[in-house]
Ligand binder design. Structure first.
Ligand SMILES: [Zn+2]
Length: 417
């Protein structure tokens, strides 16, 4: 590792980073140590102002784009070089925790300050971004800021989205942008040379494996289906089994076949039937109709394609008595992160002597959209028992600082390429 990267990583201040989480957690604090900071709310505006007040004490240039994504830039020595970016989001779920999202913003900011304090200069600028509305709890869809920034969807598409109170996104956005008039205008799709997002894992893998750093290699793909099984209702006491068209019996056969299909000794594949509607849903009647959901996830494109494509033929084959209709309802391809960026993260963890492992993200992140426009990877740190989207979400100051150290070193590495 470069000597300056190691110096800057050692300047990451665990106390300061922890204190900043505590300060941010005041904005939208709810009982049980949680946070409710909806996108473009007054709490979100307060968080933006607090971040900008810290940036103002450093010489970072600040800007915002048309969806309110905030950018804090630490200059590089090459004025023409495209920046390396890092960041995450500051909004939360209605009953969210103190670390989801905000950690990536604060770790990025801590990395810039550690570079300042170590006297490190980089060739490329480094830019910390706070994405607008990652959670989608107030305005749907989620990951909106990165989606619009990267051009996956035009701004005009989301301006008329309303929240539960009937407030339009464009009005909440105008209020938010007006609250920070000092920021310059940032373009959508401005080029970046790389992006690293730090985030709490939101799952138990790191904690169970006793690893401090997750080198995130991608975001898993997902296929959703509705399966409708149609038979005939009959008297439960009188109708001989041979004459029945029992929709529950066939549904069980289909689910057993899908369980077998998705069986994975490595426990990477996820298979869930989370919703089931039975008609007429009476103990004294044979079921005429069952509707159930199928959710299958896997990080590898070939595997998720094979599993998803097998659902309909397998369901038809498994049903012995009833009609089967399979309707796909959602299809997200897996996102495979850039090998060079993931390697830079892994190399940083290794040199800093931090126990690490490679893993794939079960949840979606803004990095999913950034991966479409520049080389991207993520850093995960453990969270207690894997709990997230919950007031009880927790992480240790030491793990948060370790993730920020890895981020700092990897950013410096990439910003000098
Ligand atoms: Zn998040």
């Amino acid at each position: 590792m470069r000597e300056d990267a190691r110096n800057a990583a050692n300047n990451v201040n665990e106390q300061r980073l922890w204190q900043r989480h505590a300060e941010m957690a005041q904005l939208g604090a709810i009982p049980g140590n949680g946070v409710n900071r909806a996108a473009l709310s007054k709490e979100d505006i307060a968080a933006r102002k607090l971040l900008l007040s810290w940036a103002a004490k450093r010489n970072y240039s600040i800007s915002a784009d048309g969806i309110g994504n905030l950018f804090l830039r630490r200059a590089g020595t090459d004025a023409n070089a495209t920046p390396i970016m890092t960041g995450s989001h500051m909004d939360s779920q209605p009953r969210g925790g103190r670390f989801d999202g905000i950690y990536g913003v604060l770790a990025g900011f801590e990395a810039l300050e550690a570079m300042d304090e170590a006297g490190v200069v980089t060739r490329r600028p480094i830019e910390v971004v706070a994405w607008t509305n990652e959670e989608g709890g107030r305005f749907a869809p989620c990951t909106m800021g990165s989606m619009v920034f990267t051009g996956a969807r035009p701004l005009a598409d989301v301006l008329d989205v309303t929240d539960n109170e009937g407030i339009k996104l464009k009005d909440a956005l105008a209020d938010t942008l007006a609250a920070t008039p000092q920021v310059a205008k940032h373009d959508f799709k401005s080029p970046a040379a790389g992006y690293i997002e730090a985030h709490i894992e939101q799952g138990p893998l790191l904690e169970n494996a006793r690893k401090t750093i997750g080198v995130v290699t991608g975001i898993q793909g997902l296929r959703w289906f509705n399966v409708e099984v149609s038979g005939k209702t009959d008297h439960a006491g009188t109708t001989p089994l041979a004459l029945r068209k029992d929709a529950v019996r066939d549904s069980i056969a289909i689910i057993n076949a899908l369980t077998e299909l998705t069986h994975d000794p490595k426990d990477v594949t996820r298979f869930t039937v989370g919703r089931m509607l039975v008609t007429p849903n009476s103990p004294n009647s044979v079921a005429s109709h069952v509707l159930f959901s199928v959710d299958i996830r896997h990080p590898e494109p070939q595997t998720i394609a094979r599993l998803g494509d097998a659902v309909e033929p397998l369901a038809r084959k498994a049903a012995k008595f009833c009609e089967v209709k399979v309707t796909p309802t959602l299809h997200d391809d897996p996102c495979v992160f850039d090998a060079n960026v993931a390697d830079a993260v892994e190399a940083a963890a290794k040199t800093l002597n931090l126990p690490h492992m490679r893993l794939s993200s079960g949840a979606s992140h803004d990095a999913m959209y950034m991966a479409r426009i520049c080389p991207t990877a993520m850093i995960f740190v453990p969270c207690e028992k894997g709990i997230s989207h919950n007031e009880a979400e927790n992480a240790t100051p030491g793990d948060l600082a370790a993730g920020a150290r890895v981020l700092t070193a990897a950013l410096i590495e990439l910003a000098n390429r």
